[in-house]
Design a protein around this ligand. Structure first.
Ligand SMILES: *Cc1c(COP(=O)(O)O)cnc(C)c1O
Length: 512
């Protein structure tokens, strides 16, 4: 497979260069030159594969010219050793009061990897491939990552101890959870370097881009950018759409080929772009329902074509998606426009000059056909968590605040679609659960407080959350996680748990 820039400049590259460079030479993003579409009957065949086989096969479609099947198989094997679930991505069906009346919501848990967020998928594969390439050439690669909280830990856990890689991570001071911060700062592998900076989630994008497109600097330091501008992550993430789709139709007893909707919280749009890529390959995804928080640029783009940067990043409880300009929008418009380099170059040029573009005509129409979106406030997110918490006693389910943004988006979108004259009657939705709730203590505590009118957390809820979190700790322990991570969970249990409980007791005594 050859890779080209979304903006049409520079040269075609193979997968190794595309992964290593991150950005294309003309400042665009790499995309596969052609997208392999599924052949007749192929979906059926893929549906019977084990996760690792599916992953190997899809990766090979994108890399067969440069990598042997043996090599890809080996990389895939090493990537999923640290996962705590045998199925890699287990699916849980939600129904009942928290879910839309008819149709089902299936939660695909993408957080059973070593850092407990979906970003483990992309990072594991990417880092292991980069390491392999570097070892073959007997050189070294430095990975530069800025993180809104989950990319950093995922990159660190994927790259720690790999001989040919060095990882440098930066994160916005005070804007990630304590858990995430500790996941990074307690890492003592000697190829890992972690720094914090003052600013917002995407303030590091520009400097990283400057370094990554400075060819001489890049060569001198063997620099690679592994944020979701990296096509490797997008490719790998398309695999979890395939897998979740197959398990969902299986659970719903639908024939392979039936269409389903996907929903997810959206930040830099890497995951959304991966969904679109999977759809382009022929996976029957009807619509991708995107939840944004108040940093709603993608929601505005879908609703009215207004893709414009707001002056200020808004702090929210779902900080991993506090993104002002999602860089994968560029890939999305590339795919939607059928690979119109000129259009992409035009639009992106205008975006970087003026900070705003207006998407119009066919492109807007296509955006609206493929995506639906909702802007979700913290209150609505908490309410969705609450609704889902009240059914949780039957369902046994608690979401992290990002997944809850996706869930809130489903509740609103699907209800709209089902209204008289709405777009569809059935509505089976796969919700991508992007992180384990135990990573976001403050927000989860807030869910408990949010039920104020209803008396806050009930004791049974608390017991449940505790059990759930213990599940999280076990996940870390089983996941080959090290002592320090187990300690993190224990710490969380001690402090977070007490605080939540104190809050609960205080409310209980006040109301009695
Ligand atoms: C990164 C992240 C997202 C957003 O994913 P994008 O691919 O950047 O849109 C959502 N949820 C969690 C928990 C994340 O860490």
């Amino acid at each position: 497979m050859r890779y080209v820039s979304t903006r049409g400049g520079g040269e075609e590259e193979g997968i190794e260069e595309a992964l290593r460079r991150g950005y294309a030479r003309d400042g665009g993003l790499y995309v596969p030159k052609t997208i392999r579409e599924l052949e007749e009957g192929e979906l059926e065949r893929l549906s019977r594969l084990q996760f690792r086989e599916l992953c190997t096969e899809i990766l090979l479609w994108f890399a067969s010219e440069e990598l042997s099947e043996e090599e890809v198989r080996g990389v895939v094997q090493s990537c999923f050793e640290g996962f705590s679930s045998e199925e890699i991505i287990p699916l849980t069906m939600l129904s009942g009061r928290g879910a839309p009346e008819d149709g089902s919501v299936l939660v695909a848990e993408l957080f059973h990897g070593p850092s407990m967020s979906f970003k483990d998928f992309g990072q594991q594969v990417l880092c292991k491939l980069l390491n392999m390439f570097a070892q073959k050439k007997k050189n070294k690669i430095s990975i530069l990552v800025s993180t809104t909280g989950d990319t950093g830990p995922a990159a660190i856990m994927a790259a720690r101890g790999l001989e040919a890689l060095k990882v440098v991570v930066t994160y916005p001071h005070g804007q990630i959870s304590k858990f995430q911060e500790l996941q990074m700062t307690t890492e003592d592998a000697n190829n890992v370097f972690v720094y914090s900076f003052q600013g917002g989630g995407d303030d590091m994008d520009a400097p990283i881009k400057t370094l990554s497109t400075d060819v001489s600097f890049q060569e001198r330091h063997g620099l690679a950018a592994v944020n979701s501008i990296n096509i490797g992550r997008v490719i790998m993430q398309s695999v979890h759409y395939f897998w979740s789709y197959f398990r969902a139709v299986e659970k719903l007893k639908l024939p392979v080929g039936s269409s389903v909707d996907f929903a997810l919280p959206c930040g830099a749009l890497g995951n959304a772009a991966a969904g679109l890529l999977a759809k382009k390959m022929g996976l029957p995804i009807r619509r991708i329902v995107c939840g944004t928080n108040m940093n709603d640029i993608f929601h505005r783009a879908i609703s009215s074509g207004d893709f414009s940067r707001h002056d200020k990043m808004i702090r929210t409880l779902s900080e991993a998606i506090n993104i002002q300009v999602p860089y994968n929008f560029e890939r999305i418009i590339y795919f939607l426009s059928g690979g119109d380099h000129k259009l992409v170059k035009d639009l992106m040029g205008r975006m970087s000059e003026t900070g705003r573009i207006q998407v119009e005509g066919e492109l807007l129409q296509s955006l609206q056909e493929n995506f639906a979106s909702q802007r979700v406030t913290d209150e609505e997110m908490l309410e969705a968590s609450q609704a889902q918490r009240s059914c949780m006693l039957e369902e046994d389910y608690l979401m992290d605040p990002h997944t809850a943004v996706g869930y809130a988006a489903i509740r609103r979108s699907v209800l709209l679609w089902r209204a008289p004259g709405g777009a569809c009657k059935d509505g089976n939705v796969v919700l991508l659960a992007t992180a384990h709730p135990c990573k976001f203590e403050d927000a989860i505590t807030e869910v408990g407080r949010g039920g104020r009118e209803r008396g806050g957390w009930r004791r049974s809820d608390l017991m449940w959350v505790r059990g759930r979190r213990r599940g999280g700790r076990e996940a870390v322990a089983q996941g080959g996680g090290r002592g320090s991570e187990g300690d993190l969970c224990r710490r969380w249990e001690r402090n977070g748990w007490r605080r939540t409980k104190r809050e609960c007791d205080r409310r209980a005594s006040r109301s009695s």
